[in-house]
Every structure is written in structure tokens, then in C-alpha cells.
Design a protein around this ligand. Structure first.
Ligand code: SF4
Length: 455
């Protein structure tokens, strides 16, 4: 059985090693199955060519996030036409397996953590057994879906198949736009998050459970990446890296104890209520240079409504402490959340302009499949992801217009970044070879007007 794991090319300014695919690949390899990983996004391969590259495969596993669902659908159709068994996994298939099978020609969805499910599915197909009762597998003949239990101990997993996603081969289009040093490797130290922010799909994907790798296991991986792949910067991509203080403290201490020389950052965002002065100082000491905070809004009413579980006072305190610790600070802001109005947008902008922040990412709300907002608002948005993720409104709150949100976001970017300290931070960090990707980002986010309009 030849297995290929892949993701299609899609339009994005973010091209980073795909950990989810590489975790599945390494688990199959560990169990003596031959598997090839093709990252068509990195290698800029169109679907027609990608389908040809899969000619020798019996089974093709496609990783699917909602923002490139339509490219996955097209690829699945091409692969089915070529007689392949097609399996779709990843967040989109996890939260909407039925719809994914209905909307594509794929044979199976892998729901939840993919490693063991994909292994058992491949083995069943190899042995010509019906995989219908394998936990985590969703097929057209599924009558009663059996969910797969999460791994209790994440340390049992092999490291991602780094040999297939060598960080040195990735373009300078990292999470967070600018970084201190290349090559950059993403690492996750945990899976899941116990919170239930309404715009986020994590609660449904991970059932609000969180599990942690040990500090030793994480440090082993970082040390290997530095030694064998020349990695100079780590991006922790956890949903909630700093939830448990002993966890992140342990990782910092292990990095320091082993004297690993590496920069690190949290471009996926951390919560403002999960840091204190002592922790931020330790993070800085161990190589952290930049933290992004999931602030979302400057309106307490909106924060409460989306069940963010934070407040303005904590936002201010966390940003100030991080800045005092000598870290670059970034805010994630979402415009267009329920209860958004012209007044709340002003309130949010006033807050971020008043804080010692170096960077801010102003996003337009995506109604993510799997999120609580998906259940309540999906009818009001465009057909899912017939729009550019975070760049066009997925829903427009009462009293606003899509055009207003787009203009407000562009203006917020300009007002925030065209200040000496903020512009200086970006310019100092920007590397010449990144210009193309940063320009694309400026276009995508319509920073200077509607340059990035689709089509
Ligand atoms: S936004 Fe962050 S804190 Fe909220 S549920 Fe998602 S991962 Fe958890």
C-alpha cells in the first residue's frame, strides 16, 4: 500500500511546515508503513500536477483546514478520477465529517487526532477489511460513528517527520510575518484548550481537553531541530501554551539547563490571564523575544459575549508586563464580532493605541466551522470559505456594512503601524528576501485600501 499525505496549494502569505501532516507521516513510518509527504503549498504545485504526482499511491490523505476546503474538494475529485482511495483529515474533516463526505468525492474522513486512526485505516484497507468500525473513521456507510480517544500521553508520539518538512526548505513566509532568525520551526507542546471562546473551533476539535508533552520531550525535539536542521527560531503553535505555569516554566528551564541557543516566539497567541512577571522574565531568559496576545476586542461587552473570560484590566497588565520584560508585544484583534459597532471599533483601537504594543494583527471575523458562532451565524455568512480567510467579513453585525469593516480594519492597521516605534520594529526585523511575502500580506489585508480584493 503506497500512502501519500498532502495538502493542496492555496492562496496565502503564510507557508510553514505542516505539523499535523508530519505527525501522521511519522506515526505511519514508526509502524513500518511507507509514506510520502508532499507539501504542494510549499512546492507551489497545482492540483492537476499534484494528482499526477500521486499516481503511484493507493491511498492519498489530504489535510484540510476550512479556509482551503474548496481546493481540497477539487484535489479529491481529481484523485478519485484517477482511482485513488481518498481520505480527508484535519480540523475541517474533524468538525464536519458528514458534510465533508457529502461535499467531496472522498472515501473517508479521519476525525480528531489522526495518527492512530490513519494507521488503522491504512492497515484495514491493506488487509481488505471494512474500516467502518475503526474509531475516528467516518465513511459513507457509517451508521454510528465511534470517536477515538485522545492520546493520554503525548510523549508516546514520534516527533513529526521533519525529514519531510525540513524547515530549511520553507520560504521566508512565517507565522507573524517577521522573525528574528531563519530557519524557523513550528513546535506544539500541548494539544487542546479548556476555554470556549465563541469564534474558535478548538473547543469542538479537542473537546475542551488539554494534554501536555513533558518539558524533556519538547526540549529533545528543539535540540534535535537546532542540531540537525540548523533551526534558529522556534514558533510555539499551541492553542494555549501558557495555561499551566509549571508546563511552560519547565520548558524554559530545560532550554536553559541544556544551554540551547535558539530564539522563540508565540505567534499563535497566548492568553493575557496566563502570564505574570516571573514567567515572562523566565521566558525572555530562555530565548523568547516576542509574544502575541489574543486580545480580540477592547469592548468588555464583546469579550463577555464571546466568553473570552478576560477583561480590559488584565489585557493592560499583561501587555505592560511583557513589554517591561523586554519582549516584543503583539495583539490579535478581531473586527466584526457579534455586538460590534462603530463605537466598539473605536474603543478597541483606542485601547491598542494606548498600550506598549509593537505589532497588531487586525483580522475580520471568520465564522469557523466547529465554532459556537458557526452554529448561530452560519446562515448569515457566505457559503463556507467562498471568501478569503480573515480578510473579508464572514458575517456583518447589525448596523455595520462589509465595506465599513474592511475600511475600519485597513485604517486600524495604518494608524497602528505607521507610528515610529511600531514601523521601526517591523523594518528592523524585515529581511530583504521576505519582501515578496510581506507585500502580499499588505495586499491581502488591504492595508492601503482594497488592493487585495479577490478576483
Ligand atoms: S481562542 Fe484560544 S483560549 Fe479561546 S478557546 Fe480558542 S484556543 Fe482556547
Amino acid at each position: 500500500m503506497n500512502v501519500i499525505i498532502t495538502r493542496p496549494r492555496y492562496r496565502t502569505h503564510l507557508i510553514t511546515p505542516p505539523l499535523g501532516m508530519a505527525y501522521v507521516a511519522s506515526h505511519l513510518k514508526k509502524n513500518n508503513l511507507a509514506v510520502e509527504l508532499i507539501d504542494a503549498l510549499k512546492d507551489n504545485i497545482a492540483n492537476a500536477e499534484l494528482a499526477e504526482r500521486c499516481a503511484a499511491a493507493d491511498i492519498v490523505g489530504i489535510f484540510c483546514m476550512s479556509d482551503y476546503f474548496w481546493e481540497v474538494r477539487d484535489l479529491a475529485a481529481k484523485l478519485k478520477a484517477a482511482g485513488k482511495t481518498v481520505v480527508i483529515g484535519g480540523p475541517h474533516a474533524t468538525v464536519m465529517p458528514q458534510e465533508t463526505l457529502k461535499d467531496t468525492l472522498a472515501d473517508y474522513c479521519v476525525v480528531g487526532e489522526g495518527e492512530q486512526t490513519m494507521l488503522e485505516l491504512v492497515l484495514a484497507l491493506r488487509n481488505k477489511k471494512d474500516p467502518v468500525n475503526i474509531p475516528g473513521v467516518y465513511s459513507r456507510s457509517t451508521v454510528k460513528f465511534v470517536p477515538r480517544d485522545f492520546f493520554v500521553d503525548l510523549d508516546v508520539l514520534a516527533f513529526p517527520a521533519w525529514e519531510d518538512i525540513d524547515p530549511r526548505t520553507y520560504p521566508p513566509a512565517p507565522h507573524g510575518a517577521v522573525v528574528r532568525a531563519f530557519p524557523v520551526a513550528p513546535v506544539t507542546t500541548s494539544r487542546g484548550c479548556p476555554f470556549s471562546c465563541h469564534f474558535c473551533a478548538s473547543p469542538k476539535i479537542w473537546n475542551r481537553q488539554i494534554r501536555f508533552r513533558s518539558a524533556k520531550n519538547v526540549a529533545d525535539e528543539i535540540q534535535m531541530l537546532v542540531k540537525e536542521y540548523g533551526v534558529k527560531e522556534i514558533h510555539f503553535e499551541d492553542d494555549n501554551l501558557t495555561l499551566k505555569k509549571e508546563h511552560i516554566q519547565g520548558i524554559c528551564e530545560e532550554i536553559l539547563r541544556r544551554k540551547i541557543k535558539v530564539y522563540w516566539a508565540t505567534p499563535n497567541g497566548i492568553r493575557v490571564d496566563s502570564v505574570d512577571e516571573e514567567l515572562l522574565k523566565l521566558m525572555k531568559k530562555s530565548g523568547c523575544y516576542s509574544v502575541a496576545f489574543g486580545i480580540e476586542s477592547g469592548s468588555q461587552e464583546i469579550l463577555d459575549h464571546i466568553e473570552k473570560g478576560t477583561d480590559i484590566a488584565r489585557i493592560c497588565a499583561a501587555v505592560k508586563l511583557a513589554s517591561k520584560a523586554g519582549l516584543i508585544t503583539q495583539a490579535f484583534i478581531i473586527f466584526g464580532l457579534p455586538k460590534e459597532s462603530k463605537a466598539t471599533i473605536k474603543e478597541t483601537l483606542k485601547l491598542v493605541l494606548s498600550l506598549p504594543l509593537h505589532k497588531a494583527q487586525f483580522l475580520l471575523l471568520d465564522i469557523l466551522p466547529g465554532s459556537a458562532l458557526w452554529d448561530s451565524l452560519r446562515q448569515q455568512g457566505p457559503e463556507y470559505f467562498r471568501k478569503r480567510s480573515y480578510q473579508e467579513p464572514g458575517y456583518v453585525p447589525e448596523g455595520l456594512t462589509a465595506d465599513y469593516l474592511i475600511k475600519a480594519r485597513s485604517e486600524a492597521f495604518r494608524r497602528f503601524h505607521l507610528r515610529p516605534k511600531q514601523a521601526g520594529t517591523l523594518l528592523r526585523m524585515l529581511k530583504l528576501r521576505q519582501i515578496k511575502f510581506v507585500f502580499q500580506r499588505v495586499m491581502d489585508f488591504s492595508i492601503f485600501g482594497r488592493l487585495g480584493k479577490k478576483g
